[in-house]
Design a protein around this ligand. Structure first.
Ligand code: BES
Ligand code: MN
Ligand code: ZN
Length: 501
């Protein structure tokens, strides 16, 4: 995809389709008004005869523009003529891009940057347009015979006046990086478990390392993990024919000794539940149990592409969770790298068994903060639905920063408590703790479990079990919470630059 900022006047533009906004009560955005003037009232005609009311999310394609190098114009309803909310802006963008999935349309100029969005500037709008458009045209064809995609768009230009060019351009660079990271995240997540194994994920990470000089990728093998004493992690992979990997990515963009941000992503390439086998219906979706890991890969790609002035470590513990003669059994007790022992009462609560050893391993990096991202509990969807990801953590400032980043990026999270009363539920008669805490507050007790391995640093946990993919007829990875993580990192980069410069 080719991206650019377009500052030329309308008369000079050439494209397959130009996207312009129309408000309710027949009010035209500046570029719609300009087009209307140069076409002897074409747009006003369409609006006046009632073909477009201007309601948010409406879209009408005008297929022929007399005497113009602009082949088509897409009119998009923006609602009332006042600053729109972030959610309505996204709705309008989606209506626009979904109307343009036609073979004839290869180049577009988007003028919806003109639309005022509550509390947002040109940088944000340009970034958001690229994120939303790319997300919408993504199509998984890797394992289909027919590789044709619905959208043939190759060139996206974003309109901005000369005075806003710099802001719009920096938003474009960010949007491009985030969009590329998200496409990688979704692609890896959509791949089936027989292709996307822990070894495959590790190869993809090594590939990324070759593409970016700022990224150093190393993969710890089972023997390395055994030497580190990761008895909990390895107990899960023992039941699988696929060797486990602990993928490490080191991005050095900040000053040499600056403490890094560590991102940990759960990378279960398939979770059958183990001996506590999951029910059959919907089990295919457990190929998505590596979405946290895929998000970490996408985020490091984006960080490297944006050359963020930060040090970031990505850690992806990757394994399968299968039933097997050598698999974990309910009641088994394992010893973690930290020395703490765990009674495995349910082998399907495997994510935390990988994450606990990875959290301990993260101490090696002397992290400033640690954020783990995991499709950890079905209970999170019961609590928050598919709208917000769950957030739990031991540091209020970090949690608030993440919530703010989610709001900015329109990728929302909601905090749940990890008060010590909940820790009771993890009591075991035979080990330091059990790996499950019963039905009540399942997302919280999972985070309580993790918190015991995150005592040495500021830590936040994102439970993305219900937000990382859609089920049903549009089944597929969403790429969340890439937008939130990238927003957090870019905001952090901004503050660290302000401090150092
Ligand atoms: N990967 C699952 C969580 C999950 C479940 C994600 C459904 C998306 C949809 C995780 O490993 C798991 O199985 N969690 C159990 C925990 C339980 C045994 C305490 C769950 O949520 O049922
Ligand atoms: Mn499980
Ligand atoms: Zn799982």
């Amino acid at each position: 995809m080719d991206y650019s900022i377009e500052t030329a006047p309308l008369e000079e533009l050439q494209c397959d389709c130009m996207i312009v906004g129309v408000y309710q009560d027949q009010q035209l955005s500046p570029s719609a008004a300009a087009l209307n003037n140069s076409t002897e009232g074409l747009i006003a005609n369409i609006v006046n005869r009632g073909d477009l009311s201007g309601k948010n999310g409406e879209a009408v394609l005008i297929n022929a523009i007399p005497n113009s190098k602009i082949e088509r114009v897409l009119l998009v309803g923006l609602g009332e003529n006042k600053p729109v909310s972030v959610k309505n802006y996204k709705k309008a963008l989606l209506a626009a891009i979904n109307s343009l999935k036609k073979p004839q349309i290869k180049s577009i100029v988007c003028c919806l940057t003109e639309c005022e969005v509550e509390g947002r500037d040109w940088q944000w709008k340009s970034r958001h347009i690229i994120e939303v458009f790319n997300d919408a045209v993504y199509q998984f064809t890797h394992t289909k015979s027919d590789k044709e995609t619905e959208s043939k768009i190759e060139k996206i230009s974003i309109f901005a006046p000369e005075t806003e060019r710099a802001l719009a351009h920096s938003g474009l660079l960010q949007g491009k990086a985030v969009a590329e990271g998200m496409a990688l995240t979704k692609h890896l997540a959509d791949l089936p478990g027989n292709i996307c194994t822990p070894t495959y994920l590790a190869e993809q990470a090594l590939e990324l390392g070759k593409q970016y000089a700022s990224l150093t990728v190393k993969v710890l093998e089972e023997t390395d993990m055994a030497a580190l004493g990761m008895g909990s992690f390895l107990s899960v992979s023992r039941g699988s024919r696929q060797p486990a990997k602990l993928i490490t990515l080191e991005y050095q963009g900040g000053i040499k000794n600056a403490q890094p941000i560590v991102l940990i992503g759960k990378g279960l390439t398939f979770d059958a539940g183990g001996i506590s086998l999951k029910p059959g219906p919907g089990m295919d979706e457990m190929k998505y149990d590596m979405c946290g890991g895929a998000t970490v890969l996408g985020a490091l790609l984006a960080a490297a592409q944006m050359q963020l002035p930060l040090n970031i470590i990505g850690l992806i513990p990757s394994s399968e969770n299968m039933p097997d003669g050598d698999a974990n059994k309910p009641g088994d007790i394992v010893t973690t790298m930290s020395g703490k022992t765990i009674e495995i009462l349910n082998t399907d609560a495997e994510g935390r068994l990988l994450l606990c050893d990875t959290l301990t391993y993260a101490e090696h990096y002397n992290p400033e903060i640690v954020i783990d991202i995991a499709t950890l509990t079905g209970a999170c969807g019961v609590a928050l639905g598919r709208v917000a990801s769950g957030l739990l953590g031991n540091d209020d400032a970090l949690c608030n920063d993440l919530i703010a980043a989610g709001e900015t990026a329109n990728d929302n999270i909601w905090r749940l408590p990890i008060w010590e009363e909940y820790q009771e539920q993890l009591k075991s008669n035979f080990a330091d703790m059990a790996n499950v805490g019963g039905r009540d507050g399942g997302t919280i007790t999972a985070a309580c479990f993790l918190s015991r391995f995150a005592e040495k640093f500021r830590w936040a946990h994102l439970d993305i079990a219900a937000t990382a993919w859609r089920t049903g007829p549009t089944k597929g990875a969403t790429g969340r919470p890439m937008q939130l993580i990238c927003q957090y990192l870019t905001s952090r980069a901004q503050t660290s630059q302000n401090i150092s410069g």
